[in-house]
Design a protein around this ligand. Structure first.
Ligand SMILES: [Zn+2]
Ligand SMILES: [Zn+2]
Length: 423
């Protein structure tokens, strides 16, 4: 048998998935976000330029596709690994001038990484971005909005909000020098990856999952201790606004998020209930990304976040009994007892469908007992049984599958009685 591609998954029932997506949509629309859609295919260059050459995503995890039609052999396309760079590209390419541009994208993303628990090669995200807003209070509002989403729409309370502040571009450059100095002193203790990161992009050492590296980095210099005067004031304001708007958070000095485009605010929502891959939402400010993609002087400050749908689903499943997941409409299952009643069954189904009543027909010519067992498994609320007697008398036997009771009624009255909720 041909099996599904490693690191992908089938969703056999989309009810909970759709509920999660629709709750997110509803919430974001309440905060004046507009849903957009961008292609899954993008030029690889878009991500190389923006995410950083030495990030894990670009160096190891891109899903590249041979671009046979390209005139330039170097031009490769890829399956998008994330949606922020795509959103910024769409912002520029469509000449958006109404600012701030508050938008979100829901859909599949792709990373060619070793599949493991909680990580897929094809996974789903909702990305939300606010492009064209400089105020640090926008960051606080975004974090608060996400906190309300998880608390109000999904009743989650088993998570923590971690925040760090990286400072502006200049602060980050200075900090990278400090970090490099720190790393030079302990080169014998670093893993091979971190040794390379030390020279190419020191900040990326914090992405290391090696326990011994992680332990050492607890003593590393902290970004918040290397902020310029303006950034220091913004960092303080961010904390004050969050406190005033009742958002509980903790400062995590080694939180940098795995991508190069972040500056200033970075944050993560994580839950111990998810195990090692415990972040289910993360984001931050990216004040230089627009100019990096436009490659012109044009720039817009921006802030955004991504929600990992698979991980959020794992959390939501724990509370799903309490959630207002829309119930399926009652199923009316038409059961012709022999081939002779199948045409009548079809005619009855016609009546139900023109009245928007959820129904199905069992055409299997088997014993009544196994038909009833099947009806139960299908979750039928009522069975509409058509035997030779019913056919002769223009009747139908309505069986209530919850109570086990039966009654015979005239076929002509069926739709009326269903609408009057007689059954
Ligand atoms: Zn600064
Ligand atoms: Zn390491």
């Amino acid at each position: 048998m041909i099996q599904r591609v490693k690191g992908t998954q089938d969703f056999i029932d989309m009810r909970l998935f759709n509920f999660v997506i629709s709750q997110i949509q509803k919430h974001l629309q309440e905060y004046n976000f507009t849903q957009i859609s961008t292609p899954i295919l993008e030029h690889t260059e878009l991500f190389k330029r923006t995410l950083g050459l030495h990030t894990d995503v670009v160096s190891k995890e891109m899903f590249l596709i041979e671009n046979k039609s390209a005139s330039d052999p170097e031009d490769s396309i890829c399956l998008r690994p994330e949606a922020t760079a795509s959103t910024v590209r769409a912002f520029l390419e469509n000449g958006i001038t109404e600012l701030p541009w508050k938008v979100f994208i829901s859909g599949p993303m792709f990373r060619y990484e070793r599949p493991q628990k909680g990580r897929f090669r094809q996974f789903h995200q909702t990305n939300l971005e606010i492009i064209g807003s400089k105020s640090i209070n926008q960051d606080a509002l975004l974090i608060r909005m996400l906190d309300r989403l998880f608390k109000d729409k999904f009743l989650l309370d088993n998570y923590a909000i971690l925040i760090n502040f990286l400072g502006c571009y200049e602060d980050r450059n200075k900090f990278n020098q400090e970090l490099k100095k720190f790393l030079e002193q302990i080169t014998d203790k670093l893993c091979q990856n971190c040794l390379e990161r030390k020279d190419k992009n020191p900040l990326r050492i914090f992405d290391c999952k090696n326990p011994s590296c992680k332990e050492i980095y607890l003593k590393a210099p902290k970004t918040i201790e290397h902020l310029c005067k303006d950034c220091d004031a913004e960092w303080k304001q961010l904390q004050t606004t969050l406190e005033l708007t009742s958002v509980s958070f903790a400062h995590s000095s080694n939180l940098v998020r795995g991508l190069d485009y972040y500056d200033k605010t970075v944050f993560e929502f994580s839950s111990a209930d998810l195990g090692a891959q415990n972040a289910f939402c993360g984001g931050g400010r990216y004040d230089r990304l627009v100019s990096e993609i436009s490659q012109e002087k044009y720039n817009q400050p921006a802030v955004g976040a991504a929600i990992g749908i698979e991980r959020l689903l794992l959390l939501v499943e724990m509370f799903q009994n309490k959630l207002p997941i829309p119930e399926l409409p009652s199923l009316y299952l038409i059961i012709p007892l022999s081939k002779d009643q199948q045409l009548l069954a079809l005619l009855l189904a016609n009546q139900l469908s023109s009245n928007n009543i959820t129904h199905d027909i069992l055409f299997d010519d088997v014993s009544v007992k196994s038909l009833m067992r099947k009806a139960n498994k299908m979750g039928a609320k009522f069975c509409l049984i058509l035997g030779s007697q019913e056919q002769e008398n223009h009747e139908v036997t309505v069986k209530d599958m919850t109570l086990g009771t039966e009654q015979k009624i005239k076929q002509i009255n069926l739709v009326d009685l269903i609408k009057k909720k007689a059954f």
